[in-house]
Design a protein around this ligand. Structure first.
Ligand code: NAI
Length: 325
Protein backbone atom coordinates (compact mmCIF):
# COMPACT_ATOMS: atom_id res chain seq x y z
CA UNK A 1 0.00 0.00 0.00
CA UNK A 2 1.21 3.51 -0.81
CA UNK A 3 1.62 5.60 2.33
CA UNK A 4 0.76 9.29 2.19
CA UNK A 5 3.20 11.44 4.15
CA UNK A 6 2.30 15.09 4.73
CA UNK A 7 5.14 17.48 5.56
CA UNK A 8 4.38 21.01 6.74
CA UNK A 9 6.96 23.76 6.30
CA UNK A 10 8.07 21.75 3.29
CA UNK A 11 9.97 24.66 1.73
CA UNK A 12 12.00 25.31 4.88
CA UNK A 13 15.47 24.11 5.83
CA UNK A 14 14.36 20.92 7.56
CA UNK A 15 11.87 20.22 4.78
CA UNK A 16 14.68 20.34 2.23
CA UNK A 17 16.74 17.87 4.23
CA UNK A 18 13.76 15.61 4.97
CA UNK A 19 11.76 15.17 1.78
CA UNK A 20 14.48 13.44 -0.23
CA UNK A 21 15.10 10.91 2.52
CA UNK A 22 11.39 10.12 2.80
CA UNK A 23 11.13 9.71 -0.96
CA UNK A 24 14.18 7.42 -1.01
CA UNK A 25 12.47 5.00 1.40
CA UNK A 26 14.36 5.78 4.60
CA UNK A 27 11.26 6.78 6.57
CA UNK A 28 9.19 3.64 6.15
CA UNK A 29 11.52 1.08 4.65
CA UNK A 30 12.52 -0.15 1.21
CA UNK A 31 9.22 -1.94 0.48
CA UNK A 32 6.79 0.93 1.06
CA UNK A 33 5.89 3.30 -1.78
CA UNK A 34 5.19 6.86 -0.64
CA UNK A 35 3.13 9.79 -1.81
CA UNK A 36 4.29 13.17 -0.56
CA UNK A 37 2.00 16.02 0.39
CA UNK A 38 3.73 19.37 0.91
CA UNK A 39 1.92 21.98 3.00
CA UNK A 40 3.24 25.53 2.94
CA UNK A 41 1.99 29.06 3.46
CA UNK A 42 0.97 30.77 0.21
CA UNK A 43 4.14 32.88 -0.27
CA UNK A 44 6.32 29.75 -0.03
CA UNK A 45 4.34 27.62 -2.51
CA UNK A 46 6.67 28.49 -5.38
CA UNK A 47 9.71 27.37 -3.38
CA UNK A 48 7.87 24.14 -2.53
CA UNK A 49 7.25 23.62 -6.25
CA UNK A 50 10.98 24.00 -6.83
CA UNK A 51 11.70 21.29 -4.27
CA UNK A 52 9.06 19.07 -5.91
CA UNK A 53 10.82 19.54 -9.27
CA UNK A 54 14.05 18.33 -7.67
CA UNK A 55 12.27 15.36 -6.12
CA UNK A 56 11.02 14.47 -9.61
CA UNK A 57 14.56 14.76 -10.91
CA UNK A 58 15.78 12.12 -8.48
CA UNK A 59 13.51 9.50 -10.14
CA UNK A 60 13.05 7.76 -6.78
CA UNK A 61 11.56 4.31 -7.45
CA UNK A 62 9.33 4.47 -4.34
CA UNK A 63 7.90 7.96 -4.92
CA UNK A 64 4.35 7.69 -6.27
CA UNK A 65 3.35 11.34 -6.49
CA UNK A 66 3.73 14.82 -4.97
CA UNK A 67 0.95 17.23 -4.02
CA UNK A 68 1.52 20.83 -2.95
CA UNK A 69 -1.04 22.94 -1.12
CA UNK A 70 -1.54 25.87 1.24
CA UNK A 71 -4.80 24.33 2.50
CA UNK A 72 -4.42 21.96 5.48
CA UNK A 73 -7.73 20.25 4.63
CA UNK A 74 -6.30 19.16 1.28
CA UNK A 75 -2.77 18.49 2.48
CA UNK A 76 -3.87 16.10 5.26
CA UNK A 77 -6.59 14.39 3.22
CA UNK A 78 -5.94 10.65 3.55
CA UNK A 79 -2.57 11.22 5.27
CA UNK A 80 -1.05 8.25 7.10
CA UNK A 81 1.94 10.12 8.52
CA UNK A 82 2.08 13.85 9.33
CA UNK A 83 5.36 15.61 10.03
CA UNK A 84 4.51 19.03 11.43
CA UNK A 85 7.68 20.99 10.84
CA UNK A 86 6.53 24.52 9.96
CA UNK A 87 6.09 26.73 13.02
CA UNK A 88 6.27 30.35 14.05
CA UNK A 89 9.77 31.02 15.39
CA UNK A 90 10.38 33.31 18.34
CA UNK A 91 11.55 36.69 17.09
CA UNK A 92 13.28 39.43 19.08
CA UNK A 93 11.08 40.96 21.73
CA UNK A 94 8.37 38.29 21.42
CA UNK A 95 6.77 37.23 24.71
CA UNK A 96 6.03 33.57 25.40
CA UNK A 97 2.29 34.25 25.24
CA UNK A 98 2.63 35.76 21.74
CA UNK A 99 4.71 32.79 20.60
CA UNK A 100 2.18 30.27 21.92
CA UNK A 101 -0.71 32.25 20.42
CA UNK A 102 0.97 32.39 17.00
CA UNK A 103 1.65 28.66 17.09
CA UNK A 104 -1.89 27.98 18.27
CA UNK A 105 -2.99 29.63 15.02
CA UNK A 106 -0.96 27.04 13.10
CA UNK A 107 -1.30 23.82 15.10
CA UNK A 108 -5.00 24.24 16.03
CA UNK A 109 -6.22 24.36 12.40
CA UNK A 110 -3.76 21.64 11.38
CA UNK A 111 -5.02 19.40 14.21
CA UNK A 112 -8.61 19.99 13.06
CA UNK A 113 -7.72 19.20 9.47
CA UNK A 114 -6.03 15.98 10.62
CA UNK A 115 -9.12 15.14 12.66
CA UNK A 116 -11.47 15.66 9.73
CA UNK A 117 -9.45 14.35 6.78
CA UNK A 118 -6.50 12.11 7.72
CA UNK A 119 -6.53 8.31 7.38
CA UNK A 120 -7.61 6.23 10.39
CA UNK A 121 -4.05 5.12 11.08
CA UNK A 122 -2.62 8.68 11.09
CA UNK A 123 0.58 9.16 13.11
CA UNK A 124 1.71 12.69 13.91
CA UNK A 125 5.21 13.89 14.78
CA UNK A 126 5.59 17.55 15.73
CA UNK A 127 9.04 19.01 15.06
CA UNK A 128 8.19 22.74 15.00
CA UNK A 129 8.92 24.45 18.32
CA UNK A 130 7.78 24.59 21.05
CA UNK A 131 7.28 21.01 19.85
CA UNK A 132 5.76 19.34 22.92
CA UNK A 133 3.16 22.04 23.44
CA UNK A 134 2.42 22.45 19.72
CA UNK A 135 1.68 18.72 19.68
CA UNK A 136 -0.69 19.16 22.62
CA UNK A 137 -2.50 21.96 20.73
CA UNK A 138 -2.88 19.81 17.60
CA UNK A 139 -4.01 16.83 19.68
CA UNK A 140 -6.63 18.84 21.46
CA UNK A 141 -8.06 20.01 18.11
CA UNK A 142 -8.36 16.38 16.98
CA UNK A 143 -10.69 14.67 19.46
CA UNK A 144 -11.58 11.83 17.06
CA UNK A 145 -7.95 10.74 16.64
CA UNK A 146 -6.57 8.49 19.41
CA UNK A 147 -4.53 10.76 21.70
CA UNK A 148 -1.41 8.56 21.51
CA UNK A 149 -1.02 9.30 17.80
CA UNK A 150 0.31 12.79 18.67
CA UNK A 151 3.99 12.91 19.52
CA UNK A 152 6.83 15.44 19.58
CA UNK A 153 10.47 15.08 18.68
CA UNK A 154 13.24 14.60 21.24
CA UNK A 155 15.10 12.12 19.05
CA UNK A 156 17.59 14.79 18.00
CA UNK A 157 18.46 15.35 21.67
CA UNK A 158 18.73 11.57 22.09
CA UNK A 159 21.09 11.26 19.12
CA UNK A 160 23.16 14.20 20.36
CA UNK A 161 23.50 12.50 23.75
CA UNK A 162 24.61 9.22 22.11
CA UNK A 163 27.19 11.06 20.08
CA UNK A 164 28.60 13.08 23.01
CA UNK A 165 28.90 9.96 25.17
CA UNK A 166 30.45 7.94 22.35
CA UNK A 167 33.09 10.63 21.82
CA UNK A 168 33.83 10.87 25.56
CA UNK A 169 34.32 7.12 25.96
CA UNK A 170 35.77 6.62 22.51
CA UNK A 171 33.29 3.88 21.68
CA UNK A 172 31.13 3.46 18.58
CA UNK A 173 27.48 4.46 18.94
CA UNK A 174 26.51 0.81 18.43
CA UNK A 175 28.04 0.00 21.85
CA UNK A 176 25.63 2.38 23.62
CA UNK A 177 22.14 1.24 24.62
CA UNK A 178 19.24 2.63 26.63
CA UNK A 179 19.91 6.36 26.40
CA UNK A 180 17.04 8.49 27.71
CA UNK A 181 15.93 12.09 27.27
CA UNK A 182 13.28 13.12 29.79
CA UNK A 183 10.88 16.07 29.67
CA UNK A 184 10.65 19.00 27.31
CA UNK A 185 12.52 19.59 24.05
CA UNK A 186 14.12 22.70 25.54
CA UNK A 187 17.14 23.65 27.61
CA UNK A 188 15.49 22.01 30.67
CA UNK A 189 15.52 18.53 29.10
CA UNK A 190 17.31 15.85 31.09
CA UNK A 191 19.64 13.44 29.30
CA UNK A 192 19.94 10.50 31.73
CA UNK A 193 23.08 8.35 31.86
CA UNK A 194 22.03 6.40 34.96
CA UNK A 195 20.25 3.75 32.88
CA UNK A 196 22.40 3.97 29.78
CA UNK A 197 24.57 0.93 29.11
CA UNK A 198 27.93 0.91 27.37
CA UNK A 199 29.11 -2.60 26.57
CA UNK A 200 26.93 -3.81 29.45
CA UNK A 201 28.19 -1.27 32.05
CA UNK A 202 26.24 1.71 33.42
CA UNK A 203 27.40 4.85 31.57
CA UNK A 204 27.17 7.13 34.63
CA UNK A 205 29.80 4.93 36.33
CA UNK A 206 32.18 5.18 33.37
CA UNK A 207 32.43 8.99 33.38
CA UNK A 208 33.38 11.53 36.06
CA UNK A 209 30.40 12.96 37.89
CA UNK A 210 31.61 16.51 37.15
CA UNK A 211 31.68 15.73 33.40
CA UNK A 212 28.18 14.28 33.55
CA UNK A 213 26.74 17.27 35.41
CA UNK A 214 28.76 20.21 34.11
CA UNK A 215 29.66 19.19 30.56
CA UNK A 216 27.44 16.41 29.22
CA UNK A 217 24.03 17.67 30.32
CA UNK A 218 24.52 21.32 29.24
CA UNK A 219 26.27 20.33 26.00
CA UNK A 220 23.32 18.17 24.95
CA UNK A 221 20.69 20.63 26.16
CA UNK A 222 22.32 23.64 24.50
CA UNK A 223 23.54 21.95 21.34
CA UNK A 224 20.89 23.68 19.24
CA UNK A 225 22.26 27.10 20.19
CA UNK A 226 25.84 25.93 19.54
CA UNK A 227 24.85 24.81 16.03
CA UNK A 228 23.27 28.21 15.31
CA UNK A 229 26.43 29.91 16.56
CA UNK A 230 28.68 27.79 14.34
CA UNK A 231 26.53 27.41 11.22
CA UNK A 232 24.67 30.69 11.25
CA UNK A 233 21.44 28.68 10.91
CA UNK A 234 19.61 26.17 13.09
CA UNK A 235 20.03 22.40 12.88
CA UNK A 236 18.37 21.11 9.74
CA UNK A 237 19.91 17.89 8.41
CA UNK A 238 20.30 16.46 11.91
CA UNK A 239 16.72 17.46 12.78
CA UNK A 240 15.46 15.80 9.59
CA UNK A 241 17.54 12.71 10.42
CA UNK A 242 15.96 12.52 13.87
CA UNK A 243 12.45 12.84 12.41
CA UNK A 244 13.25 9.93 10.08
CA UNK A 245 14.51 7.86 13.05
CA UNK A 246 11.41 8.65 15.16
CA UNK A 247 8.84 7.66 12.54
CA UNK A 248 10.90 4.72 11.28
CA UNK A 249 11.04 3.21 14.77
CA UNK A 250 7.39 4.03 15.50
CA UNK A 251 6.29 2.12 12.39
CA UNK A 252 8.92 -0.64 12.31
CA UNK A 253 9.67 -1.13 16.04
CA UNK A 254 12.73 -0.54 18.21
CA UNK A 255 15.49 -3.17 18.36
CA UNK A 256 15.26 -5.85 21.05
CA UNK A 257 17.33 -5.00 24.16
CA UNK A 258 17.34 -1.25 23.52
CA UNK A 259 15.03 1.72 23.77
CA UNK A 260 14.86 5.27 22.44
CA UNK A 261 13.42 8.65 23.47
CA UNK A 262 10.22 10.25 22.23
CA UNK A 263 7.79 12.80 23.61
CA UNK A 264 4.48 10.97 23.90
CA UNK A 265 1.32 11.56 25.94
CA UNK A 266 1.99 10.63 29.57
CA UNK A 267 -0.08 7.91 31.23
CA UNK A 268 1.10 9.21 34.60
CA UNK A 269 4.30 7.11 34.60
CA UNK A 270 7.25 8.44 36.61
CA UNK A 271 5.08 11.14 38.17
CA UNK A 272 4.59 12.99 34.86
CA UNK A 273 1.01 14.36 34.87
CA UNK A 274 -1.28 12.33 32.62
CA UNK A 275 -1.80 13.86 29.18
CA UNK A 276 1.37 15.99 29.06
CA UNK A 277 3.41 15.26 25.94
CA UNK A 278 6.74 14.62 27.61
CA UNK A 279 9.87 12.73 26.62
CA UNK A 280 10.30 9.24 28.08
CA UNK A 281 12.37 6.13 27.50
CA UNK A 282 10.19 4.26 25.01
CA UNK A 283 10.02 1.12 22.94
CA UNK A 284 7.83 0.67 19.90
CA UNK A 285 5.91 -2.60 19.45
CA UNK A 286 3.26 -3.36 16.86
CA UNK A 287 3.25 0.25 15.73
CA UNK A 288 2.69 1.70 19.22
CA UNK A 289 5.00 3.51 21.62
CA UNK A 290 5.21 2.10 25.15
CA UNK A 291 6.92 3.81 28.09
CA UNK A 292 9.68 1.66 29.59
CA UNK A 293 8.48 0.85 33.11
CA UNK A 294 10.16 0.13 36.42
CA UNK A 295 13.30 2.28 36.19
CA UNK A 296 14.63 3.49 39.50
CA UNK A 297 15.02 7.25 39.56
CA UNK A 298 17.73 8.63 41.87
CA UNK A 299 17.35 11.99 43.63
CA UNK A 300 19.51 13.92 41.14
CA UNK A 301 17.53 12.63 38.17
CA UNK A 302 14.21 13.19 39.98
CA UNK A 303 15.00 16.86 40.45
CA UNK A 304 15.97 17.31 36.78
CA UNK A 305 12.93 15.45 35.46
CA UNK A 306 10.60 17.41 37.73
CA UNK A 307 12.06 20.75 36.58
CA UNK A 308 11.54 19.96 32.90
CA UNK A 309 8.06 18.54 33.50
CA UNK A 310 7.18 21.67 35.48
CA UNK A 311 8.08 23.74 32.42
CA UNK A 312 5.70 21.61 30.35
CA UNK A 313 2.96 22.10 32.95
CA UNK A 314 3.47 25.86 32.70
CA UNK A 315 3.33 25.77 28.89
CA UNK A 316 0.16 23.67 29.05
CA UNK A 317 -1.43 26.06 31.55
CA UNK A 318 -0.49 29.03 29.35
CA UNK A 319 -2.09 27.55 26.21
CA UNK A 320 -5.14 26.57 28.27
CA UNK A 321 -5.46 30.15 29.48
CA UNK A 322 -5.21 31.36 25.88
CA UNK A 323 -8.05 28.98 24.96
CA UNK A 324 -5.79 27.00 22.60
CA UNK A 325 -6.55 23.63 24.23
P1 NAI B 1 12.44 27.32 8.34
O1 NAI B 1 12.09 28.70 8.77
O2 NAI B 1 13.57 27.09 7.41
O3 NAI B 1 11.15 26.66 7.65
C1 NAI B 1 9.88 26.70 8.21
C2 NAI B 1 8.90 26.63 7.08
O4 NAI B 1 7.60 26.53 7.65
C3 NAI B 1 8.90 27.88 6.18
O5 NAI B 1 9.08 27.48 4.83
C4 NAI B 1 7.52 28.48 6.43
O6 NAI B 1 7.00 29.09 5.26
C5 NAI B 1 6.73 27.25 6.83
N1 NAI B 1 5.49 27.54 7.57
C6 NAI B 1 5.25 28.52 8.47
N2 NAI B 1 3.97 28.49 8.88
C7 NAI B 1 3.38 27.45 8.23
C8 NAI B 1 2.06 26.93 8.20
N3 NAI B 1 1.08 27.47 8.94
N4 NAI B 1 1.81 25.87 7.41
C9 NAI B 1 2.77 25.32 6.65
N5 NAI B 1 4.04 25.80 6.61
C10 NAI B 1 4.35 26.84 7.39
O7 NAI B 1 12.60 26.48 9.67
P2 NAI B 1 13.31 25.08 9.89
O8 NAI B 1 14.75 25.28 10.14
O9 NAI B 1 12.91 24.14 8.81
O10 NAI B 1 12.69 24.63 11.29
C11 NAI B 1 11.31 24.35 11.43
C12 NAI B 1 10.94 24.18 12.89
O11 NAI B 1 11.60 23.08 13.47
C13 NAI B 1 11.28 25.38 13.79
O12 NAI B 1 10.17 25.61 14.64
C14 NAI B 1 12.45 24.90 14.59
O13 NAI B 1 12.54 25.55 15.83
C15 NAI B 1 12.09 23.44 14.75
N6 NAI B 1 13.19 22.55 15.13
C16 NAI B 1 12.91 21.54 16.03
C17 NAI B 1 13.87 20.64 16.41
C18 NAI B 1 13.55 19.55 17.38
O14 NAI B 1 14.48 18.84 17.79
N7 NAI B 1 12.31 19.33 17.83
C19 NAI B 1 15.23 20.74 15.88
C20 NAI B 1 15.43 21.80 14.92
C21 NAI B 1 14.43 22.67 14.57
Amino acid sequence: MTVKVTVTGAAGQIGYALLFRIASGQLLGPDTPVKLSLLEITPALKAAEGTAMELDDCAFPLLRGIEISDDPNKAFDGANVALLVGARPRTAGMERGDLLQANGGIFGPQGRAINDHAADDIRVLVVGNPANTNSLIAQSAAPDVPAERFTAMTRLDHNRALSQLGAKLNVPITEIKKMTIWGNHSATQYPDLYHTEVAGKVAAELVEEAWLRDTFIPTVAKRGAAIIEARGASSAASAANAAIDHVHDWVNGTPEGDWTSAAIPSDGSYGVPEGLISSFPVVSKNGKWEIVQGLEIDAFSRERIDASVQELVEERDAVKELGLI
